[in-house]
Design a protein around this ligand. Structure first.
Ligand SMILES: NC(=O)c1ccc[n+]([C@@H]2O[C@H](COP(=O)([O-])OP(=O)(O)OC[C@H]3O[C@@H](n4cnc5c(N)ncnc54)[C@H](O)[C@@H]3O)[C@@H](O)[C@H]2O)c1
Length: 305
């Protein structure tokens, strides 16, 4: 298997997936204890892969491990802590059947009250230091996961038995402005920036990187109140199953590199997900020329610095 240099080219979503290649692959999923991460863990285990579930929710992680035994192991981990993530990656290699790590899904994420924008000091003093938890989990956590994924992929021999596939979890908030949630917007745009950066270089080491950006999905990250509100506004939801299928699609088709999949309501796409086609510049867009100049010069600038 040889990962080609990234070039623009839409992925056509197949009607059927061939999942045979996932058997005994070692998959690490951050935030794998609940919601979408848990659905990915179920889907990969069902396809015969070995899954390392990484989560800071111990009860949820242990329950998932028990339900998927012997195809899964749970490692408690706060993705904001480097040492926790190192321990999780070590466990994934040691406990997997082939002592390998083939697929990493940087999925852990959170959203909540965002102090960044609030005006909370009516006096003349400076504001209180804002809590930046959402950026810490969604962006710094993802940066640690990416660094470790590249490291552990590079350590193992190149062979058809192994894949080297990093999937970075975004959101439609990586493309759309989301007023009121600056940190969530920043973290998901940042994750998208990481994906666009890595796709230009990692193929040199036979590593693939792709991005998955769901629209609203009914999972615990959205409270019942929020779900009801969105339903009242006539918003259609994407589904957990379609998210899981999109992950299996990317992981099982080793030709997919550098693409972003949107997970969308079925009214938008018959399979519930599609190649988003929003990460390349079209002919006539001045950014296309700028992008080409940056690509041609960026490495030399790094070497000269
Ligand atoms: N559900 C949606 O509508 C939606 C839409 C777009 C993107 N997403 C993204 O999908 C991902 C999964 O979200 P979900 O919808 O399954 O929500 P969820 O709340 O069900 O799952 C998130 C998981 O991440 C874990 N987690 C949170 N902080 C952590 C930390 N510091 N360390 C380790 N684990 C941590 C939680 O324990 C939980 O298991 C997130 O990145 C989220 O931003 C979700």
């Amino acid at each position: 298997m040889s990962v080609p240099e990234y070039t623009d080219g839409k992925v056509v979503i197949p009607a059927e997936l061939d999942l045979a290649g996932l058997k005994d692959k070692s998959v690490l999923i951050t935030g794998g204890g609940s919601g979408l991460g848990l659905a990915y863990a179920n889907a990969f285990a069902k396809a015969g892969a070995f899954v390392t579930i990484v989560d800071f929710n111990k009860d949820a992680g242990q329950a998932a491990e028990k339900a998927l035994a012997p195809k899964a192991v749970f490692v408690p981990c706060d993705v904001r802590k480097w040492e926790d993530q190192v321990a999780a990656f070590e466990a994934a290699v040691i406990k997997s059947p082939r002592k390998s790590l083939d697929i990493v899904i940087a999925n852990a994420g959170t959203i909540g009250r965002d102090d960044l924008y609030t005006f909370d000091d009516p006096g003349n003093g400076p504001p209180a230091k804002p809590e930046l938890r959402t950026v810490d989990v969604n962006l710094y956590g993802t940066l640690y996961t990416a660094k470790l994924a590249l490291h552990y992929f590079r350590r193992q021999p190149l062979s058809p038995e192994h894949d080297r596939c990093l999937i970075i979890k975004g959101s439609i908030a990586a493309y759309a402005d989301q007023p009121g949630s600056p940190q969530y917007n920043v973290s998901k745009w940042g994750a998208r920036g990481l994906f666009r950066n890595l796709r230009r270089t990692v193929h040199r080491e036979n590593i693939r990187v792709n991005f998955v950006a769901p629209w609203y999905v009914r999972t615990p990250i959205l409270s019942e109140k929020i779900i009801e509100y969105l339903e009242g506004k006539g918003v259609h939801f994407a589904t957990v199953d379609d998210c899981a299928r999109a992950m299996l699609n990317i992981a099982s088709d080793t030709t997919i590199h550098g693409r972003a999949f949107g997970i969308v309501p079925r009214v938008e796409a018959p399979q519930g997900y599609m190649d988003l086609e929003h990460d390349d510049y079209q002919e006539g867009d001045f950014m296309k020329g700028w992008q080409e100049t940056v690509l041609a010069t960026a490495q030399s600038i790094v070497d000269l610095a």
